[in-house]
Design a protein around this ligand. Structure first.
Ligand code: MN
Length: 132
């Protein structure tokens, strides 16, 4: 079982993500804005973060940049959840520091597959990531 932080301001998407995680046997911790999510990431060191791109206040791109700039959180895989579907968005999302992304509307199977892939690739606990 992994602990996964979900940062999402839309109640329906949050509910779905938490339900998917629970069904897969993972524990979910949640935040509805980037500032609260950053604090939770530092304090709880989740194994993976699902990050909405469009958040009130600080957006998910900026928040992910902050996570990836800090040694204590840079090893945590961060998956973008984004409704953006235009060509070039994947490049923009990966350039912002995200490890991957899932498209909205969220699909149960693709969300779970993406989480499983990134958990398998990450070091246990999401910490002590060696400098690359
Ligand atoms: Mn949003």
């Amino acid at each position: 079982m992994a602990t996964i932080l979900v940062i999402e301001d839309n109640p329906a998407n949050m509910k779905l993500a938490v339900m998917v995680l629970g069904t897969a046997g993972h524990g979910a911790i949640t935040a509805t804005d980037a500032e609260a999510g950053l604090t939770m990431a530092r304090d709880r060191r989740p194994d993976l973060i699902l990050m909405d791109v469009q958040l009130p206040g600080m957006d998910g791109l900026t928040a992910t940049g902050i996570l990836k700039a800090a040694r204590e959180t840079r090893g945590i895989p961060v998956i973008a959840m984004t409704a953006l579907a235009m060509a070039g968005d994947e490049e923009r999302i990966l350039a912002a520091g995200f490890d991957g992304y899932v498209a909205k509307p969220l699909d149960y199977r693709s969300l779970l597959a993406t989480i499983t892939t990134h958990l398998a690739a990450a070091p246990a606990g999401g910490t002590a990531w060696p400098p690359s």
